[in-house]
Design a protein. Structure first.
Length: 250
């Protein structure tokens, strides 16, 4: 079987490829592509793969633009950190829809489904099985390491989550911080969206930690939180201001 991987996050792509090869070492990975533009060019020069793993949000746009430009005849397993694209994804030749971080058991089930799909599994069955995968419980605590001890931090104790120097930190309401093994993209999926909001590429804030909001240059907002933090300012990016305001009203 020949597989094409379309994923712009190198670490996520490498992890996905490793799991695919763990599933079956005979699977041939044809290529890894990172953008809509490169993917469209690739399909113009190469034969169709047997199966495509495709991230929905790529660096230069949504993957659905690829379908507008290319006549893709291969089945697709979509991977993404966001579940709001599920319905649109299933308008295409989709086998499954996996939320990041993808586990090996989910990947195995998706590839197994591909082989069943080849034997005329109905689209309705595929859709119903995938929707069940999307119904994951939100995270209510994190495991952290303190010296030689393993402890947990409850969600309600977290005021801020930040990414810095390739590490992700939890900032507790008592101003202690801990490293966790998640990316912000992964956390957006598993955190309670009523409580947490990603305000920019660096931070996810807890609603209860915000004590003041002020307007800022370039149509942005600056937040004052109930805890000290590493940076002098916590800024809501211009692209997220509208959604941030809607989130505050919920």
């Amino acid at each position: 079987m020949k597989v094409l991987v379309i994923e712009d996050e190198r670490r996520a792509a490498n992890r996905l490829i490793k799991m695919i090869r763990t599933y079956d070492t005979s699977i041939e990975i044809l290529d890894r592509l990172e953008s809509v533009k490169n993917t469209i060019t690739w399909f113009g020069d190469h034969p169709m793969p047997d199966l495509i793993f495709m991230d929905i949000q790529l660096g230069d746009g949504l993957c659905f633009e690829i379908f507008d430009e290319c006549n893709l005849m291969a089945p697709v397993i979509f991977t993404t950190a966001y579940d709001q694209f599920a319905i649109k994804a299933f308008k295409f030749y989709s086998i499954d829809y996996l939320l990041k971080p993808v586990s090996f058991s989910e990947l195995k089930a998706a590839i197994d489904k591909y082989f069943i799909f080849k034997q005329n599994l109905s689209v309705a069955q595929v859709y119903n099985q995938t929707i069940s995968l999307l119904r994951k419980p939100v995270k209510d605590r994190f495991i952290i390491k303190v010296g030689e001890s393993i402890n947990t931090v409850k969600i309600e104790e977290i005021s801020l989550i930040g990414s810095k120097d390739k590490y992700t930190y939890l900032y507790k309401s008592d101003n202690k911080k801990f490293i966790i093994d998640y990316t912000l993209e992964q956390l957006e999926v598993i955190l309670d969206t009523q409580r947490f909001f990603r305000i920019n590429r660096t931070y996810i804030v807890n609603r209860n930690s915000i004590i003041e909001i002020k307007t800022y240059v370039n149509s942005r907002l600056v937040l004052k939180l109930s805890i000290p933090y590493d940076q002098s300012e916590i800024i809501v990016s211009r692209e997220r201001v509208a959604d941030f305001k809607k989130w505050l009203e919920k």
